[in-house]
Write a protein that binds this ligand. Sequence first.
Ligand SMILES: [Zn+2]
Length: 110
Amino acid sequence: MTTQWWRMKKISNKAREPVKAAPQRTCVACRQVKEKRGLLRIVRTPKGVVEIDARGKMDGRGAYVCPAAVCLEKGLKSTNLERTLKCPISPAERERLLKNGKELLKEISG
Ligand SMILES: [Zn+2]
């Protein structure tokens, strides 16, 4: 009964650590880190077209924003998005994405 008690404590502490953390991403607008599945994905497809990825399953490089109109607008206007997707986005494309994104948000919120 010399060192045994703290050894046991050490083991039980380790067992309490979370097994696997949910994947997290940063919103390009507000910079908050949130669970990936709770964010809206914007993807640059292999064809070079930027789309709102409603199901989060499209191929390509993705950026994430909160599913809120403020973050969507701010995110689409910011240069962070271009930097994250590594491609320029034209004003017309931003408009289209904003429109699509807002429609999607309406669907999500019911
Ligand atoms: Zn946000």
